[in-house]
Design a binder for this molecule. Structure first.
Ligand code: CP
Ligand code: NVA
Length: 303
């Protein structure tokens, strides 16, 4: 059987995605009930980080421990990767020692090259282009709070970044319409938008995007690796804050999500982020744990 990787959300079929999400919901309940699940006993996850992380690192490491396995944190600062060992060599060596690997890095080509030379499943834990693990958690959160996202309207407000690209993939897989509002010059990848033009629209007006939306989502204005653009972006994105005034244009039962970390007073108001009647960001964050446990079980052929 060929190795299954998870480099973008589209590595799963709609049915497989639904299966992973349903498993995540079941695992969450079982975990809360204190049930023991050792399905990944003796399995080792290698975790390569070339960028910072709180949620991704902790959720993968805790998830692996909870399933009876172990996780190794491999920072590029302390491994030979940071000293120029080719990604292809690292993939060949590490995949002879561990059972599954996740990578957080810059260029998407790095995870593709790694996967090509790996004997074990590779998970994209964020690149400059995609953040598919976050989408598993977001979809799970929507399903838990509001049911199926099929036929819903989702509004993405802000940068056309890695998260936005993964939302475009999710629109196709989950069958929802995605309205993206971004400042001019910060649109998502044109080829990707064109590929999914039947379900993705771009506007520069946040009100238009949020109008009648069921699910509103944003992310930081400057992603990791764009720190030097932070100040300029604060001005360019000033009209794109998600707050109660903007949310008033959405459907009355719309939810707000943010992958976190959040910059209060920039892309989201502090009041909206903390408004439990709209914001489900803490459930969304927790779901990284459950969704990635389900993903690892899937990639390792256990579910
Ligand atoms: N949302 C997310 O991926 O968070 P971290 O950067 O903390 O992993
Ligand atoms: N777009 C953000 C997401 C962080 C989880 C970044 O890439 O920094």
């Amino acid at each position: 059987m060929s190795i299954r990787h998870f480099l973008s959300l589209t590595d799963l079929s709609p049915q497989e995605l639904e299966h992973v999400i349903n498993t995540a919901i079941t695992l969450k309940k079982a975990h809360r009930e204190g049930q023991i699940n050792k399905q990944l006993e003796q399995k080792v996850l290698g975790m390569i980080f070339e960028k910072s992380s709180t949620r991704t690192r902790v959720s993968f490491e805790a998830g692996m421990t909870q399933l009876g396995g172990a996780a190794l944190f491999l920072s590029s600062r302390d491994t030979q990767l940071g000293r120029g060992e080719p990604i292809e060599d690292s993939a060949r060596v590490l995949s002879r020692m561990v059972d599954i690997i996740m990578i957080r890095t810059f260029g998407h080509d790095i995870v593709e090259r790694f996967a090509k030379h790996s004997q074990v499943p590779v998970i994209n834990a964020l690149t400059d282009t995609y953040h598919p693990c976050q989408l598993l958690a977001d979809i799970q959160a929507y399903v838990e709070h509001r049911g199926s996202p099929k036929g819903k309207k989702v509004a993405w407000i802000g940068d056309g970044n890695n998260m936005c690209h993964s939302y475009i993939n999710a629109a196709a897989l989950c069958d929802f319409q995605l309205s993206i509002a971004c400042p001019k010059g910060f649109e998502p990848d044109a080829k990707l938008v064109d590929q999914y033009k039947d379900r993705v629209t771009i506007t520069h007006d946040p009100i238009e995007a949020v109008k009648d939306a069921d699910w509103v989502v944003t992310d930081v204005w400057a992603s990791m690796g764009q720190e030097e653009e932070q100040k300029a972006r604060e001005q360019q994105f000033a009209d794109f804050q998600v707050n109660h005034v903007l949310m008033a244009h959405a459907n009355h039962d719309a939810v707000f999500m943010h992958c976190l970390p959040a910059h209060r007073g920039e892309e989201v108001s502090a009041e909206l982020l903390e408004d439990k009647s709209i914001s489900i960001v803490w459930d969304e964050a927790e779901n990284r744990l459950h969704a990635q446990k389900a993903l690892m079980l899937f990639l390792l052929g256990k579910i």
